[in-house]
Design a protein around this ligand. Structure first.
Ligand SMILES: [Zn+2]
Length: 434
């Protein structure tokens, strides 16, 4: 029997609305009971954590990470990326398919999800939406769904062809799975390496317009509407890392009309603007790029009003030598799995008044719904004991050198954080302890 008792915690469970002092008992990897503090004193347990002063919440779920395995294991592996995720309070991550080779077959998906990859936490994956993520021929959705794919995406590349995107939404809808879209009209962004605007002008770099994002979001929403009325299906579009006011207003409107759209926001998009690129800082280069202040504030507003469903990091490790090149040649992407909570609490909670329970919902219960997890993302008795314990009030400074990720490409080295993970428990096992 494997027991763990967590005492005196401030339990926050968005699904049930619990936001109070409780003791929680874990048995055999599952949540066995939740009672008033002191209720389990007579019980003999193997391990006890005194969580006074800490928040106990459902373990975080990130629907958008790049673990680089197979093919680019000098940047990250499933083992190192998931250990970093555990340090960030995550108990489930969804790996993107732009590995080498692209994860577009049952064989590659099965290989990624195999126990031999040594994931520290619950690992899920989306398969490529089209073969080789070339945007032309759909992969075998039904077989991939049976093998465990929780959605389909050509992340990093958008599906530009209307007919292909329509077919992807239709086939995925029949399986009840989302199409997760990287919204970028690449016909408008050739040769661009940052956001269009005065900073790009000053730096002499070509910029991506906000329309490059919103055009694709608007096209995809039009397809949802068309499919609903023509086929009687209800496709689920998930828009990745939304970064512009324009795309967010299209999503807001689509939701009001009852279409099945969800979207994620990345911590860097609500924390930084394109000013962070002054000095040609390649560790602030990602896609979609950091935007102007008005767009940053629009992302925050969309989080506050519920247009944004979840926080996803787009954790994208690159080795130092790959980022230490001319700005335009540097690859897109930053690490982010260990700084998400600290930035969310600092920016959304302290600076913009979002309650801690809402931050928890954006990082656990809401993303669980997007990838249809039934026994994770909330603290219901019987669920997997996927739990994070964090101090919501402690201020600390993130040091990239101490990151558990293989890569350190973050613009948040030496940045102030609010709130720190004390322990992460995955299916009843303590996988990280600070
Ligand atoms: Zn990505």
């Amino acid at each position: 029997m494997t027991d763990l008792l967590i005492r005196n915690a401030h339990l926050i469970d968005p699904a049930s609305g619990l936001d109070t002092q409780k003791d929680l008992l874990v048995r055999d990897g599952r949540i066995a009971a939740i009672e008033h503090p002191g209720s389990f004193t007579a019980l003999e347990v193997q391990d006890t954590i005194d969580a006074a002063g800490l928040v106990l919440a459902p373990g975080f779920i990130d629907v958008h990470v790049h673990l680089r395995e197979p093919g680019q294991t000098w940047k990250e592996t499933i083992a190192t990326g998931t250990r970093a995720a555990a340090a960030g309070g995550y108990t489930t991550v969804v790996a993107m398919p732009n590995t080498v080779p692209v994860n577009d077959t049952v064989e590659s998906l099965t290989w990624m999800l195999a126990p031999e990859r040594n994931s520290a936490i619950h690992l899920l994956a989306m398969s490529a939406a089209t073969q080789g993520s070339m945007g032309e021929h759909l992969t075998h959705y039904e077989a991939l769904a049976i093998a465990g794919a929780v959605g389909f995406t050509d992340d990093g590349k958008p599906i530009l062809d209307d007919h292909v995107m329509r077919a992807a939404l239709v086939v995925a809808a029949r399986l009840g799975l989302p199409i997760s879209q990287h919204a970028e009209d690449t016909r408008l962004t050739g040769g661009c390496s940052m956001n269009a605007g005065p900073v790009a002008f000053r730096l002499g770099l070509r910029g991506m317009t906000v329309e490059a994002e919103s055009n694709i979001v608007e096209r995809d929403i039009a397809l949802l509407r068309e499919i609903e009325s023509d086929e009687g299906l209800r496709p689920h579009l998930h828009v990745q890392h939304v970064s512009t006011a324009k795309a967010l207003s299209a999503i807001r409107q689509a939701k009001q009309q009852g279409l099945h759209v969800s979207c994620e926001a990345a911590p860097h998009h609500f924390t930084l603007t394109d000013e962070a690129l002054e000095g040609y800082n390649t560790n602030a280069k990602m896609n979609p790029p950091l935007r102007a202040e008005a767009d940053r504030l629009a992302v925050i507003e969309a989080i506050l009003d519920g247009t944004v469903d979840c926080i996803a990091t787009d954790h994208a490790p690159h080795a130092a030598h790959e980022k230490e090149v001319e700005f335009e040649r540097a690859p897109n992407g930053i690490t982010g799995i260990e700084t998400a909570l600290g930035l969310a609490l600092r920016v959304l909670h302290r600076e913009h008044g979002l309650p801690v329970a809402h931050v928890v919902a954006l990082m656990s219960n809401n993303p669980a719904k997007i990838v249809c997890l039934k026994d994770r993302g909330s603290l219901a008795v019987g669920n997997y004991a996927d739990i994070v314990l964090f101090d919501p009030a402690v201020e600390w400074t993130f040091a990239a050198a101490q990151s558990l990720s293989k890569s350190k490409n973050t613009p948040f080295d030496q940045s102030p954080m609010l709130g720190r993970v004390h322990a992460t428990i995955s299916e009843g096992r303590i996988v990280h302890r600070h």
